[in-house]
Design a protein around this ligand. Sequence first.
Ligand code: TXA
Ligand code: MG
Length: 329
Amino acid sequence: MGDYLTEEIVEALRGGDLVALPTETVYGLAANALDPVAVKKIFAVKGRPFIDPLIVHAFDLTQVEELAFLTDIVYKLADKFWPGPLTLVLRKRPVVPDIVTAGLGSVAIRIPKHPIFREFLAASKLPLAAPSANPFGYLSPTEARHVEKTLGSKVKYIVDGGGCSIGFESTILSLIDPDRPEILRPGPITAEDLGQVFGFKPSYATASVDDRGGAQVSPGLLKSHYSPRTVLKLFDSDGISCFGEEGRKALVFVKRPQKSQELQEIEETETCKIFWLSENGNLNEVGKNLFSLLERLDGQGFDCIFVEIVEEQGIGIAINDRLRRAASK
Ligand code: TXA
Ligand code: MG
């Protein structure tokens, strides 16, 4: 981790090495998407199964056109949401190696917004395959030190771009069925946002929001994911009674609890510590702090972390999706 010359990193990428780079959502572990040997290293370093396809990051639409077949709606979506936290699943061109797409005929692509990631896309002129830069199944990294801590021994280049402004992963929208766009993973771009382009709200693939017992619609969207090592349990605003458990507990509220109300029955003690994800319940702030707070608490020897779920609307749908997967072990 540290200061690198752009040229050094570009050389590393061209030579088939991995580089951890910040995006506006989470840190990504990037490799030349057109080099199967380089891409294979991503799977090895993360401990990720080959059935879980990667997202390819492109600099602009011209590069996207080289990787996939685009329909009119892609240009409309790109106009409104790219660069940004929207990933589109499109019919792939043969140039994209099978290892990137887990052998599927489709490829997931996004044009990211983060200036540092864009700098390397521009300088290398390569499309970059990049999953989140965490060990498979663990919390996604939103700061360079998170990557350093979990993958630092395996990844030579970790570029520090500070904290990620969004803090959770892009929305994934499948356009494979032209008549039925489907949200495979809820994210920062909501169904309502997408509805402004489609004229109707695209539906959620059932398994992406709540896959209890459901069939897996998208490869890699697992019921258990984004998990701290500590046991994580969820509560909602009227579920405070669930805290009667033994051991050291962390209680994480959506907003700073008011002394007079929420804290009447729950006093902070040696065994019960209180935290919050935002001052006032602002969901952007909650999203930005979500993984970093869980990461911090995960190292503090709690027996259980209790987290309050947010209101199930807007980006709250994506935040709760991550929380449910984190709690599902
Ligand atoms: O914000 C993000 O999307 C971050 C940053 C680094 O860009 N990346 C990210 O990648 O979250 P990852 O690997 O953690 O998630 C990729 C997921 C896969 O697990 C899978 O569910 C979906 O994208 N995916 C990729 N290719 C697909 C395809 N061809 N069809 C359906 N789903 C696909
Ligand atoms: Mg991930």
